[in-house]
Design a protein around this ligand. Structure first.
Ligand SMILES: *Cc1c(COP(=O)(O)O)cnc(C)c1O
Length: 224
């Protein structure tokens, strides 16, 4: 199927949900095709690749950083990125605060939660959330807009179980009030599970292969 057919199919299935087109490893021409079809949100998981694409494509695109973010690369994202989905440690939070405040910029962030406690995935554990929040409240240049999660691979029922757990955390935080934290975006669901994610409350899905087709092996899930 073409990018156009894929996009149309997904658009038929969603309403009031933001679709981030995950374009990692894909050439500029493919992004241009999606852009010309009205796609304005794109997701990348490597800093250099994101910067290159920002430079090559129209300025009204909203770039989402969704990969594991190394602290030494944070500075390159200032002024380039609409939303960082992968806030996953206090060390990274401090670095983002530092680099964005230096340039009088504000970072919009999602807390990445490692809901399945998988070693191969980034994100904080649910039980560490309260301490993490204390650190976020100390910031001046970091604004948390919601939660992102990558769930463990599994059956539809298992997917639903994890999405529900994440939604519960999101609802709990929604009902409390914090400095620097509001719950507006719940980023969960990818090519194979986005429909279930939306049923369980996602309002932002990140779809790669379902739009652009299969990736080469270099496009791993967590490469920074
Ligand atoms: C690659 C990636 C996606 C997209 O995965 P698909 O299976 O291609 O839809 C979504 N989220 C993150 C964090 C990714 O790294």
């Amino acid at each position: 199927m073409s990018i156009e057919e894929n996009l149309n199919k997904i658009r038929e299935n969603i309403s009031n949900v933001t679709l981030v087109a995950v374009s990692k490893t894909k050439p500029i021409e493919d992004l241009k095709v999606a852009y010309d079809l009205g796609q304005k949100d794109f997701g990348e998981n490597k800093v250099q690749e994101l910067i290159d694409k920002v430079e090559a494509l129209p300025k009204d695109i909203r770039w989402h950083f969704i990969g594991n973010l190394q602290t030494n690369k944070v500075k390159y994202l200032v002024g380039k990125v609409f939303l960082i989905h992968s806030l996953s440690s206090i060390k990274l939070l401090r670095k983002i605060e530092d680099e964005f405040s230096k340039k009088n910029s504000v970072a919009n962030l999602l807390i990445q939660i490692n809901i399945g406690k998988e070693e191969t995935k980034g994100g904080i554990f649910e039980e560490d959330l309260e301490n993490f929040i204390i650190e976020i409240e100390k910031c001046n240049s970091c604004k948390v807009k919601g939660i992102m999660s990558i769930i463990p691979k599994g059956s539809n029922e298992e997917n639903r179980y994890y999405f529900r757990k994440i939604k519960n955390i999101y609802d709990d935080l929604s009902n409390r009030s914090f400095k620097n934290i509001t719950m507006e975006i719940l980023s969960m669901g990818m090519t194979h599970d986005y429909k279930i994610a939306i049923e369980e409350g996602s309002n932002l899905i990140r779809v790669g292969e379902g739009i652009f087709g299969k990736r080469n092996i270099v496009g791993g899930l967590t490469n920074g």
